[in-house]
Design a protein around this ligand. Structure first.
Ligand code: CAO
Length: 442
């Protein structure tokens, strides 16, 4: 028997993360890669796995402890002397962003309809409430709460020493549901102007037995889909979105991209249109800084860094890796990093650090098709650019129609921060850069 020290692996930029869950106890048989504890920063919660298989001899951490990379977590007795560790790197850490699968926001992921009236057993959900101390709940209860999008810090625990139980989660959900129904009733009595602004007055979700109409198959949503669904819902409902559509003439840029790829065939790096779009967006963000910002109460936080997220379609759902400091990188480096990050996203190996910090996001469906769409802003960002498939179109040059390669752009923006004129200017400027990249130098 050998004793192995299990330490906190590389968890990216996160410091002083709090232990919110201890998933094992001394004497437990632990498998390699089995989660030992859950830690949480303001951006993500992460399960930290064991690098070895063995029996837990001693646990060095407790709930509420603050941890950093390299801190000792546990001592593990492993069979024989030559146990081969599993790489407990950040990639092995199971990260669950607090907000979208990429973007980070501290608000709990739950539909704002929950702000409505509450039942007597559970207080109304309030997204601004930050509970003092850590909510106590077992891993299975936490999992249950996560699946339902219930913010644990707002649930009153009725178990031993205030622990939250399955029942508490159920009654919280019921209170939210009955709140929605009550709001509907209140809305029905309210003056037509709806001046109070309270509640959404929505109908309850229809409950349908689909088997009455034909055969069906039930499939569980993936973990990522569940998280992104709750976050997308919040972002869609809480942010007053407007989307401006425009076209950019990329005829010359595409010709340049194709010739660059031909010249550099042997380098193994394929220059993508998305890399040019990232660079063009950086230039536009520099000219219109309010697009690279976040709302914090009555203040706008203007970012002086240029980290650009890009949506990646993966078998498990949507992920948004982030190209950090895109202003300091060239097209080749951005293309290479993008292809590495997209590969990691598809393999489910993105670390929390690789998914956080974006100031602006691009969602490109260009490789797939379509004309325009309305992308949902990745809170706490205030704008997102959607890009569709370019196509040859007849464009009037003042004398005649000429064939030009046109790229459809769809910019969604937060009307609390940006107004229509600013958004139109952003798109026009972006189009000018994509039409002639020399403008970046001006
Ligand atoms: N117009 C026309 N063709 C385009 C294009 C555009 N705007 N953008 C890319 N293409 C073409 C490329 O030229 C390439 O063609 P070839 O294979 O002939 O060279 C092909 O589409 C694939 O493009 P790519 O390899 O350059 O990949 P990409 O940079 O377009 O996309 C990534 C990478 C990760 C963004 C993409 O794989 C992806 O996941 N897209 C989906 C994003 C998404 O789901 N967004 C929706 C979010 S909201 O739910």
């Amino acid at each position: 028997m050998a004793v192995v020290e299990i330490k906190v692996p590389d968890i990216g930029d996160f410091k002083d993360v709090t232990v919110i869950e201890v998933l094992v106890k001394p004497g437990d048989a632990v498998k390699a890669e089995q989660s030992l504890i859950t830690v949480e920063s303001d951006k993500a919660s992460m399960e930290i796995p064991s690098s070895h298989a063995g029996v837990l001899k001693e646990l060095m951490v407790k709930l509420g402890d603050k941890l950093n990379i390299g801190d000792l977590l546990a001592l593990l007795e492993v069979a024989g002397g030559a146990a081969v560790p599993v790489a407990a790197t950040a990639a092995a850490v199971q990260a669950v962003p607090v907000a979208t699968p990429v973007a980070a926001a501290a608000a709990p992921a739950v539909a704002p309809v929950a702000v409505a009236a509450a039942s007597a057993t559970q207080p109304a959900h309030n997204p601004t409430v930050v509970a003092a101390g850590l909510p106590h709940a077992s891993p299975s209860v936490r999992k249950f709460a996560r699946e339902l999008g219930v913010p644990l810090n707002e649930v009153k625990g009725t178990g031993l020493k205030g622990r939250i139980t399955d029942k508490d989660i159920q009654s919280f959900t019921q209170s939210v549901m009955s709140g929605a129904v009550k709001t509907q009733a209140i809305a029905a009595q309210a003056p037509a102007s709806g001046a109070s602004g309270a509640g959404l007055g929505l109908l309850p979700w229809p409950v349908v037995d689909f088997t009455k109409f034909g055969p069906v198959e039930r499939r569980d949503l993936s973990r990522i889909k569940k998280i992104s669904a709750a976050n997308l819902h919040r972002n869609w409902v809480m942010i007053p979105h407007v989307t401006n559509h425009d076209d950019a003439d990329i005829t010359d840029l595409e010709a340049f991209r194709v010739s660059t790829n031909k010249e550099n065939e042997k380098s193994g790096v394929k220059v993508t249109m998305l890399a040019f779009l990232i660079k063009a967006c950086v230039a536009a963000l520099k000219k219109f800084p309010e697009f690279n910002a976040s709302l914090d109460g009555d203040q706008l936080v203007l970012k002086q860094y240029y980290h650009i997220g890009f949506a990646a379609d993966t078998p498990n759902g949507l992920m948004v890796p982030v190209i950090k400091d895109a202003d300091k990188k060239g097209i080749f480096q951005i293309s290479q990093e993008m292809s590495e990050l997209a590969k990691k996203a598809r393999e489910g190996k993105l670390s929390p650090a690789e998914m956080t910090g974006a100031g602006f996001t691009i969602s490109s469906l260009g490789g797939i098709g379509g004309r325009y769409f309305t992308p949902i802003i990745n809170a706490p960002e205030v704008a997102i650019l959607g890009v569709c498939k370019s196509s040859m179109e007849p464009v009037w040059d003042g004398k005649t129609f000429v064939p030009r390669l046109m790229l459809p752009l769809s910019l969604s923006w937060d009307h609390r921060v940006i107004d229509g004129a600013g958004a139109a200017r952003f798109n026009v400027y972006l189009g000018q850069i994509l039409g002639d990249f020399r403008r970046v130098l001006l």
